[in-house]
Design a protein around this ligand. Structure first.
Ligand SMILES: [Zn+2]
Length: 86
């Protein structure tokens, strides 16, 4: 699988580190039920079939975090962008 890094161009996925779901919102640590919220955000995740937004880190390239939209059934890359825009 090749990932289209916006800075480096198309590169083999071996150059990247996979972090996972890019849609997860970090729970509020000050909330009274914070332990339950962190447990759910960490361990109770969906395993979607189809387009999925994921975080990838270009460790052997520009060292930038990317948000990649990948179809989990075909590995087709639908979009890739820097996770943090300047
Ligand atoms: Zn890169």
């Amino acid at each position: 699988m090749r990932l289209p890094c916006p800075f480096c161009g198309p590169r083999d996925s071996a150059e990247f580190a996979y972090l996972g779901d890019a849609a997860i919102a970090r729970p509020d640590a000050a909330a009274p039920d914070a332990p339950r919220l962190f447990y759910e955000a960490t361990y109770l995740r969906d395993n979607p079939a189809g387009p999925h937004r994921e975080h990838w880190y270009h460790a052997a390239g520009c060292r930038q975090w990317l948000v990649v939209t990948r179809d989990t059934t075909s590995h087709e890359i639908l979009a890739a962008a820097f996770a943090r825009q300047p």
